[in-house]
Ligand binder design. Sequence first.
Ligand code: APR
Length: 172
Amino acid sequence: MDKKMTIWQGDITTLKVDAIVNAANKSLLGGGGVDGAIHQAAGPELLQATKKLGGAKTGEAKITKGFKLPARYVIHTVGPIYKNGLNNEAQLLAKCYKNSLALAQKHHLKTIAFSAISTGVYGYPLDEATEICVSTVKKILPEMKNVEEVIFVVFDEPTKEVYENTFEQLGI
Ligand code: APR
């Protein structure tokens, strides 16, 4: 079947998909932004589960159940903190998407929804981050046989516009 890449505006914690991808920090013990919203919506069992994961390095991805979320699973990935673009930020951001998709493939998940990793508190310039994540997913999605749909979740209008422009530039 034809694989789909779509953009959806709203709160990722409301999505009934196989997995939502959390923009976590290295502790995996929650925080603000989308991380805070996901832990809030999933309930305290999520923190109990992430406590057992022993943290994660930048670019890594780890998976837990979704508990009270409508999503079956949460994939926790740690995006790079943007400094000046000369500290491997682009490669590390791409790794977040590659490793998250690899986990979805491994767990036979069909639908996966990404938050815009690193573009909030971690300060990644939105245009650059969006070009990296959309082109990375476009490139590797065909190899992820089990994954049928990737949803890019945007939380506000400006982010939606950048994703739509990037989709157009990449012919999606
Ligand atoms: N649903 C979807 N997207 C959301 C939501 C939500 N409920 N809340 C925030 N976002 C969006 C933000 O608007 C931004 O576009 O998620 C994107 C990522 O922003 P952050 O959550 O700030 O994540 P990040 O920039 O990767 O920083 C991670 O922030 O919250 C802490 O614990 C987290 O230390 C980690 C750091």
